[in-house]
Design a binder for this molecule. Sequence first.
Ligand SMILES: C[S@@+](CC[C@H](N)C(=O)[O-])C[C@H]1O[C@@H](n2cnc3c(N)ncnc32)[C@H](O)[C@@H]1O
Length: 227
Amino acid sequence: MKFSTLSLFPNLIDAYFQNSVARIALHKKKIIELENLNIRDFAKNKHNRVDDIPYGGGAGMVMTPQPIADAIRHCLQPESYVIYATPSGKVFNHTLAKQLAQKEHIIFIAGRYEGIDQRIIDKYVDAELSIGDYVLSNGELPALVMIDAIMRQIPDVITPESLIEESFEDNLLEYPLYTRPEIFEGHSVPPVLLSGHHLDIKKWKLQKKIEKTLANRPDLMHNSTHK
Ligand SMILES: C[S@@+](CC[C@H](N)C(=O)[O-])C[C@H]1O[C@@H](n2cnc3c(N)ncnc32)[C@H](O)[C@@H]1O
């Protein structure tokens, strides 16, 4: 699978791919491909300007359409799916991450300033996605957040067993985790986890998943088969 990122700070994207799961998927396992483009490189004006004042007035600057359109055309393939990261988009979640992992090529547009010219969205964008109900100063972080979540759902990026038990599978959150030592600052690991009794451990994990979901995200339970 290929990701293309169109942003004004490609160094932020590059830095992320120097570490951990992202680095291994890209450089070692070569499961994913990354095309990290600087929108400014496509600007055709004298000073490589990529922003201008908004028509109709209003605060801040708007990213001009020409450099973004040219950057999109540079990497667009018949199978490409174009996403604009924006707080006014539909909220990205685990289900969308799984669906998007089926795509062959995703192009992410990361905004800056007040955002991008609407005509880019109207003509080129397949989905406007937000990573949550707050406003960040840039689209590089949201693009990376979505790429990471999508990438994890691609076979062999992480071990399949890890995916099955993760939060949001079957609309439940993950059970509490414990590791060595058995007693830490007077607190013991729940005895069932030391029992070696696989069925009891399985039951305990499910019970804890339900308790945690009810406490932290009761909204998820509406769609769970365990309600
Ligand atoms: C300062 S924000 C623009 C906010 C915009 N004026 C608004 O009120 O919706 C600059 C860029 O950050 C990105 N961004 C900020 N918050 C985001 C979020 N919650 N989800 C996705 N992208 C976000 C977008 O790419 C956006 O173009």
